[in-house]
Design a protein around this ligand. Structure first.
Ligand code: NAD
Length: 260
């Protein structure tokens, strides 16, 4: 019997990453789960996925802003689950501020989590993917990897960087059975966005419903949030054998945002 495939997903205890972890688990993948939550919360998510889908799950609270912890996650997950077939670089954080007031520690954190962690995870896992002649690297970028918004200098820089990184890796591994692609979501209703809605509602003294309609979804012609399961379904396809000729590409799932 062939072994089950293994998918590692950074930042997978919430939002898009958790949705992707469940989609892959429901399709028989063993899962490497990661997030910055406390140990008990991560273990609860781990047990939930094991129970619901009957797959193996390895979980880790490794901080994706710290190269040593990233090395530990990649190593321990490989020991626990076996060779990694799919790497999904999803962990991401946001901070909104005009550039001249942008806190230096927030700039460094956003670049480390949203961009450098993809470099570290990729450099650590590509050797074993090359050995097995198969690998899928999927970077969760953003519409902000393709276009900019005011006050998001670090996030936009990191996500544009992630798309450049995606193309470079695709070229480097092109003959090894490994593909590397990016998904660029528009607004997806997750805790990351909820925080921004709450802040804008406070700052502008308008209701959260008005924030969502007039400020958040103003960019998104469908005027609807993208759903987590839509992102997860595309990731699953990009991980499949049928997607072996798709590499170096960025896929917008943004309700028409970047068609403007
Ligand atoms: P979320 O806040 O719901 O989840 C973020 C996850 O990353 C959590 O599991 C959190 O624990 C983890 N995380 C944060 N910092 C970490 C760190 N230092 N180390 C390890 N894990 C860390 O966010 P989300 O909306 O699901 O976003 C996931 C990805 O999708 C991010 O890269 C984000 O930029 C991208 N994205 C989100 C949207 C959106 O509208 N929600 C749109 C475009 C792109």
């Amino acid at each position: 019997m062939s072994r089950r495939k293994v998918a590692l997903i950074t930042g997978s205890t919430s939002g898009i990453g958790l949705g992707i972890a469940k989609e892959f688990a429901s399709n028989g993948y063993d899962i490497g789960l990661n997030g910055l939550d406390n140990a008990q919360d991560i273990q609860e998510i781990e047990h939930g996925i094991k129970e619901d889908f009957g797959v193996q799950v390895f979980s880790s609270g490794a901080d994706m802003s710290k190269p040593r912890e990233i090395e530990r996650f990649a190593g321990d997950a490989g020991d626990a689950l076996g060779e990694v077939d799919v790497l999904i670089n999803n962990a991401g954080v946001q901070h909104v501020s005009p550039v001249e007031h942008f806190p230096i520690d927030k700039w460094d954190l956003i670049l480390a989590v949203n961009l450098s962690s993809a470099f570290h995870m990729s450099r650590l896992l590509i050797p074993s993917m090359r050995n097995q002649g198969f690998g899928r690297i999927i970077n969760i970028a953003s519409a902000h990897g393709l276009v900019a918004s005011v006050n998001k200098s670090a996030y936009v820089a990191a996500k544009h960087g992630l798309i450049g990184f995606t193309k470079t890796i695709a070229l480097e591994v092109a003959e090894s059975g490994i593909t590397c692609n990016a998904i660029c979501p528009g607004w997806v209703e997750t805790p990351l966005v909820k925080t921004q809605v709450e802040t804008l509602s406070r700052e502008k003294s308008i209701s959260q419903t008005e924030v969502i309609r007039n400020l958040i979804l103003e960019r998104q012609p469908t005027r609807k949030f993208v759903q987590v399961n839509e992102i997860a379904a595309l990731a699953l396809f990009l991980a499949s054998e049928q997607a072996s000729s798709i590499t170096g590409s960025s896929y917008s799932v943004d309700g028409g945002w970047t068609a403007h």
